[in-house]
Design a protein. Structure first.
Length: 252
């Protein structure tokens, strides 16, 4: 797997949305990127980059992403008061998509009824999040944070945001209740054929894990003061390997 490297040429503004409030920047390829830099934290950047590559290997429709390089000369308070939160150097960038908005309940219901979002797509997204322990894709009638973009014209879904992946506090019970595609996902656990399908896909995606880790910039494995980032490569690989155990397939 090859992860693109993009030079950032302009910091446009800071997003008002998302826990990490990424910076919207223009790259040398003339595309805009939601950039997560210093303020997002090293663990967040690593989780995003590795999860994105695993999503490729798994076959998800994920928004295009890259490792972006922010030059020091752009990190000037003269241009933006809180630009120091971005920091210079290599960061994670998710490419901005045209004609999209965050998926809401009404769009979800309409798209599922019209089969614009297929049952397979819904199951894939749920099972991928279950696998990587990502609890940050919730949506119910009371609201939530789906981290899914919907193109109303193309009737196409794009998956974004995996900074909360590999969460040691991940709750299977909550996922089965609150995940945007919980209903579709629950059906997998009692279906032998579906389990066999996902066993094969998890195995294929896991084979990409070591390469995905090797694509992480070396400096991301360390925080600013020389302390290792809070990301244990061997521990995460063990988490991803648990699909071979029966408890992975038990509804909690």
């Amino acid at each position: 797997m090859i992860v693109r490297r993009i030079d950032i040429e302009e910091i446009v503004r800071r997003s008002d949305q998302g826990k990490t409030r990424p910076f919207i920047c223009r790259g040398g390829d003339d595309h805009q990127y939601f950039v997560k830099g210093r303020d997002a934290g090293r663990r967040s950047q690593i989780a995003e980059l590795i999860s994105g590559q695993l999503a490729w290997a798994f076959g998800l429709e994920i928004a295009s992403f890259a490792i972006v390089d922010v030059p020091e000369e752009l990190i000037q308070p003269l241009f933006m008061a809180d630009v120091k939160d971005l920091g210079s150097g290599l960061a994670f960038g998710s490419q901005a998509l045209p004609h999209v908005q965050e998926l809401n309940v009404a769009q979800l219901q309409s798209a599922m009824q019209a089969d614009e979002i297929s049952e397979r797509t819904a199951r894939d997204i749920f099972m991928f999040d279950w696998w990587i322990k990502n609890g940050d894709r919730t949506l119910t009638s009371l609201g939530g944070n789906p981290n899914l973009l919907w193109d109303c014209e193309a009737k196409q879904l794009a998956v974004i945001d995996h900074n909360c992946a590999f969460d040691t506090e991940f709750s299977g019970k909550s996922a089965l209740e609150l995940h945007v595609f919980a209903e579709a996902g629950r059906a997998v656990f009692s279906d032998v054929a579906e389990r066999a399908l996902y066993l094969e896909r998890f195995s294929a995606a896991l084979a990409a894990f070591d390469i995905a880790c090797d694509n992480v910039p070396p400096e991301w494995w360390w925080v600013d003061d020389g302390v290792p980032a809070n990301f244990d490569r061997a521990e995460v690989k063990a988490v991803l390997s648990r699909f071979n155990n029966d408890f992975f397939w038990e509804e909690l």
